[in-house]
Design a protein around this ligand. Sequence first.
Ligand SMILES: Nc1ncnc2c1ncn2[C@@H]1O[C@H](COP(=O)(O)OP(=O)(O)OP(=O)(O)O)[C@@H](O)[C@H]1O
Ligand SMILES: [Mg+2]
Length: 284
Amino acid sequence: MPRIISFINLKGGVAKTTTTVGLATTLSGVFQKRVLVVDLDPQTNCTTMLISEQDWVKLNREGLTLHTLFSDAVYNTHRFDIGLSIQKNVSNIREVKSLDLLPSSPDLINIQDIIVHPPKKKRSYQPAAILRQALEPVMDAYDYILLDCPPNFSCMTENGFVISDGYIIPTIPDVLSTYGIPQILNKARNVSRDCGRWIRCYGIVITKYREQSRIHKRIMEELDSKHRTLPGWPPLFETVFYETSQLAEAAEYTEKNTLKQKWGYNGPSTWFESFAKEIMEMEV
Ligand SMILES: Nc1ncnc2c1ncn2[C@@H]1O[C@H](COP(=O)(O)OP(=O)(O)OP(=O)(O)O)[C@@H](O)[C@H]1O
Ligand SMILES: [Mg+2]
C-alpha cells in the first residue's frame, strides 16, 4: 500500500505546490520511489509544473483531467478513464523516471459547488468519496501518492483528506500564514472522526524562510515550542526551505537533465533530499 500524503494550508502562496512537486521529483529521481501526484487545485499549478502547457491544453480538451471524474458523479455519466487520465513519467527532469500525474482543470471551480449542491437535490454519490473510488484500482502501483490541495476546505480538499494517511502543513513562518493552522487540525480531527480513522498531521514544514527576518525566526521558534507544550500540536520538520530565487524560477517548465539542474546545485536540491529522507523515515 502506498503512503498517501496531502499538502494543505488555508493560506495561498505558502509553497504547497512547490513542496509537493519538489518532494515528488526527489522521491522518484533520487530514491527511485514510484510516485503519483494528484493535483486537486483548480489553479492547475502542480499540473503545469509537471507537464508542458501544450500537453495540458490537449488533455483538458480531451477531458483527461479530474474534472471529468467529478462531472461523471454529478451527471451520472461514465467518461472518466483513470488509466488514460494518469499521465505516466511526467516531469521535465530526465533523471525522474517514476513520477505520474493525475491532472487538474480550471473547470473544477464550477463543478465543486455542484458536487455538494446538485441541481436535482438528490445525490446518488458521496461527494467526499469520489476520488477514493477512482484511485483504488491503481493505488498499489505506487509507493507514495502526494495530493496538492487548494488553499481552502473545498470538496476537493475533503476528497484528498479522506484518502490520506496523513497531511503536511507547509507554511511561511509569519502571522497570516500560520493563522489557520488550528482550523486545519480541527478539520482533520472532524474528518478523522467521520471516517473512523486517524488522519495524522505529519508536521509543519517551514517555507520561504528569511534569516534576516526577526518575525520569521520568532514564529518558527513559537511553532516549535507549541509542539512541546500544546497537546496535539504537530512537530516541525527539521528541513527548512529558505526563500531563494532558484525555487521561484523552478516553477517554469523547461527541460533539465538532473534534479540539481532543476532545483539548484546546493540549497533547494539538498533541502528536498533531507525532507524526503525525513518523510521516508516517518513511522507509518
Ligand atoms: N523557497 C522559496 N523561495 C522563493 N520563492 C518560492 C519558494 N517556494 C515557493 N516560491 C514561489 O512562491 C510562489 C507560491 O508558491 P506555490 O505556488 O508553491 O504556493 P502554494 O501554496 O501552492 O500557492 P496556492 O495557495 O496559490 O496554491 C510561487 O511563485 C513559487 O515559485
Ligand atoms: Mg498551489
